[in-house]
Design a protein around this ligand. Sequence first.
Ligand SMILES: Nc1ncnc2c1ncn2[C@@H]1O[C@H](COP(=O)(O)OP(=O)(O)OP(=O)(O)O)[C@@H](O)[C@H]1O
Length: 242
Amino acid sequence: MEPEPASKTSAIFEITGVTKIYQTGEVEVRALNGVELKLQRGEMAVLLGPSGSGKSTLLNIIGGLDRPTSGSVKFKGEELAAASDRELTLYRRNHVGFVFQFYNLIPSLTAWENVALITEVATSPMSPADALALVGLENRMHHFPAQLSGGEQQRVAIARAIAKRPEVLLCDEPTGALDSATGIIVLEALARVNAETGATTAIITHNAGIRKIAHRVYSFLDGRIASCVVNEVRIQPSEVSW
Ligand SMILES: Nc1ncnc2c1ncn2[C@@H]1O[C@H](COP(=O)(O)OP(=O)(O)OP(=O)(O)O)[C@@H](O)[C@H]1O
């Protein structure tokens, strides 16, 4: 077998010794406690772990929404932990797409308009129609959110996140509000986006069955990564048992 090109195998994120401490009055919560993690360029990663183990905290730090208390978070060699607010804003705007459990679409705008809102301020976006087609919504472009199912609304949210061609797509419980059949369609959209755009994709989930669609699975425990498993064989989202 041909070796993979270096650009496919190199780490896009190198995270070392990351801690995050939340101080609420007298109470100190150590949300992250020495995280070591390398996310490989272009991979689909699934992040698993019990409630409160630090998954969202780490995703927010990777996405430039928050900073670690200590440690290093390098994106393509650039230190995010030391970035200014303005640098983090530019980083998020230029490089990161977010998908959350709830879709946060603007109810008075159509699917197309929700996506166009982002593409209008991006530097080299795909067209809203192309982004919506990538998630299988070419026939729903002019519907308003209230006229779409939950899974369709989540796919609009994915189209909105990827239309600016981010290098990184971060998804926090993207199927958390969906039934299994709808969740599978959303996972299919994410797998297709990952394969076709090459965006490094990280998905937080409570559903351990989803782990088999990933290239790698990172398991959290008590604010650390307890294990990293490489899936030699990946399954299709349609084969996920919920
Ligand atoms: N803003 C905050 N202030 C104080 N504590 C926080 C804050 N955000 C998170 N925490 C605490 O940090 C710990 C890790 O939270 P985090 O949301 O990262 O966990 P999680 O693994 O994503 O959990 P879940 O699966 O329930 O979403 C928890 O104990 C949580 O209560």
